[in-house]
Design a protein around this ligand. Structure first.
Ligand SMILES: [Zn+2]
Length: 180
């Protein structure tokens, strides 16, 4: 989808990169990268910068780039903010998801033949659906680690509602003041 926002996150936000990729958003992340390089990638590839570094945030804004300063590292709050600000969906779409490790596009498959050489026999027998990364070849399935994902997305939805309820009274106040 060409209209989907694309992101670049700073080295302190690796967990955010993994989440955005899982939710299907093209997100680049480097463990070590100079600020000027990060700014250049953001500009060239039209990516929104997410950062915990206030200096980097200011430089980005000064250069006319889209950027969000992340104060609170809790993933639920960050996802809620990104959903309000950039419209990211807080739901997992099995046909629109990316590799948390490398940002490659994942393809969903039920074919045991396709994955049997890459995962153990126990896993092949236990799960019916797998995702294969088109870039690095890694195979994913909804194993035990998956259990926390729906609950985190649900909490992100709740955080979003909380944020929105805080925004509304201010908007009302402004419009009533304008009406006077
Ligand atoms: Zn990959």
């Amino acid at each position: 989808m060409p209209s989907s926002p694309r992101f670049i996150v700073d080295s302190m936000l690796g967990h955010v990169a993994r989440w955005l990729r899982m939710l299907g958003y093209d997100t680049v992340y480097y463990r070590n990268i100079d600020d000027w390089k990060l700014l250049r990638i953001a500009k060239n590839e039209d990516r929104i910068i997410l950062t915990r570094d206030l200096g980097l945030f200011r430089r980005a804004r000064k250069n006319g780039l889209r950027a969000l300063f992340i104060e609170d590292p809790s993933i639920e709050k960050i996802l809620a903010l990104l959903s309000i600000r950039y419209g990211i969906r807080l739901e997992f779409d099995e046909n629109d998801t990316r590799c948390p490790e490398c940002n490659g596009i994942l393809r969903c498959t039920s074919s045991i033949v396709e994955v049997s050489s890459k995962v153990s026999k126990d896993i092949v027998l236990k799960y019916k659906k797998f995702w294969i990364c088109q870039s690095c070849g890694k195979v994913y399935w909804q194993g035990t680690h998956w259990k926390t994902i729906p609950s985190i997305l649900e909490r992100a939805q709740q955080e979003k509602l909380k944020f929105l309820s805080k925004i509304k009274p201010i908007e009302k106040k402004i419009s009533s003041e304008e009406g006077v």
